[in-house]
Design a protein around this ligand. Structure first.
Ligand code: SF4
Length: 351
């Protein structure tokens, strides 16, 4: 497989001098990989250096003050990853006597270490023959071998993993080969402008030979997220709230919510709402009990932006509610199935 040695040779001449490439310390490699999942190399480097200075050993990280650790992490986002780092450092320090797991399979048992990170640590630190498969690797392999499978599918992931494993058998050194293919994807076979003219594997590259570089890898576009604007009228009377079960074929079927008016645009003022006459009359009998509350919930293909208007009806109210609505006490409501958006509103407002 001429591709593998060509890539290793290319790497020797073109690799960037990065601090984590001078170490076989699994803890340092782990840190660098987690940081690089959050940001690009140039931005990640100072973070890596700050972490290594503040916490030179895994025991130092295990003993770290969480607030201090999160402060160092600031700007990288996904704070759960920083917390996972901390927890795993504690686990390794306390439960494994400070000994970092040394195999791909043992690394996978650690919280926050997934297949990519486990492969990176196992190969870079312990020379285990396990391939890394990240976005760069998908791109390089899809182009090189002309793979048309959609990389977002499970089937494609298996195809690429199997190919990567076969290629790894031809590598001189697993660490160098893994670094090489990722670096090659990062600086030579780039997403938008691959440098095909100066590419050492040009004559074996299916994408180059067939002019398909810009079509590969195939990646299905995500369905666009639909924005929806929900205006909730929360009628309250004698410490009871008017709710109904959602029966339409829509989100949250069979869950309970309040009177809902869906609008095409965001609204935050009650007077802007075009309510049916009966509901308008009902609302007219009450008073707005507080400033409207805004909330958002992201579903798989929809983003719901809601505004809640709490309307207090007088104690003497005896009129009827819109069809399907009933009064529920807070105790009863606590047992009703509700969307997260409604539960959060109830907790924040009445909790
Ligand atoms: S020829 Fe172009 S598309 Fe093919 S591997 Fe090289 S840089 Fe990537």
């Amino acid at each position: 497989m001429v591709f593998v040695p060509s890539l290793e040779r290319w790497y020797e001449h073109h690799k960037r001098d990065l601090p984590w490439r001078h170490t076989r310390n699994p803890y340092h490699i782990w840190l660098s990989e987690v940081i690089l999942q959050q940001t690009r190399v140039a931005q990640g480097k100072p973070y890596y250096e700050r972490f290594i200075t503040a916490y030179p050993t895994i025991q130092d990280l295990a003993r770290a003050d969480e607030r201090e650790l999160l402060r160092l992490w600031q700007g990288l986002g996904y704070y759960s990853r920083a917390r996972n780092l901390h927890q795993t450092a504690r686990y390794i320090t306390d439960q494994l006597a400070g000994k970092f797991p040394e195999t791909y399979h043992d690394l996978l048992k650690m919280k926050g270490i997934g297949v990519y990170t486990a492969a990176a640590i196992a190969s870079f630190a312990f020379s285990e023959r396990v391939p890394v498969v990240d976005g760069n690797v998908y791109r390089v392999l899809a182009r090189m071998f002309g793979i048309e499978e959609d990389i977002t599918t499970t089937g494609a992931r298996k195809t690429f993993a199997a190919l990567a494993t076969r290629l790894m058998q031809h590598a001189n050194d697993p660490a160098t080969y893994n670094q090489a293919i990722m670096e090659f994807g990062a600086i030579q076979c780039t997403p938008v402008a691959p440098d095909c003219l100066l590419c050492p594997v040009q004559q074996q590259c299916v994408a180059y030979l067939t002019g398909q570089q810009h079509r590969l890898p195939v990646k299905a576009k995500k369905a666009p997220v639909r924005e929806r604007f929900f205006q909730y009228l929360v009628f309250r009377n004698n410490n009871q709230l008017a709710m109904r079960e959602r029966t339409d074929r829509d989100v949250w079927q069979n869950l309970y919510d309040f009177y809902l008016l869906e609008t095409d645009e965001p609204k935050t003022a009650f007077r802007e709402l075009l309510l049916p006459d009966t509901v308008n009359e009902l609302a007219f009998q009450g008073v707005l009990a507080s400033v409207p509350t805004e909330a958002m919930q992201l579903l798989s293909h929809q983003r719901i932006r809601a505004v809640f208007y709490l309307i207090d009806l007088p104690d003497t109210f005896s009129g009827s509610l819109p069809t399907g609505f009933k009064w529920y006490s807070m105790a009863e409501i606590s047992h009703l199935p509700k969307p997260v958006l409604i539960t959060n509103y109830l907790e924040n407002t009445f909790g």
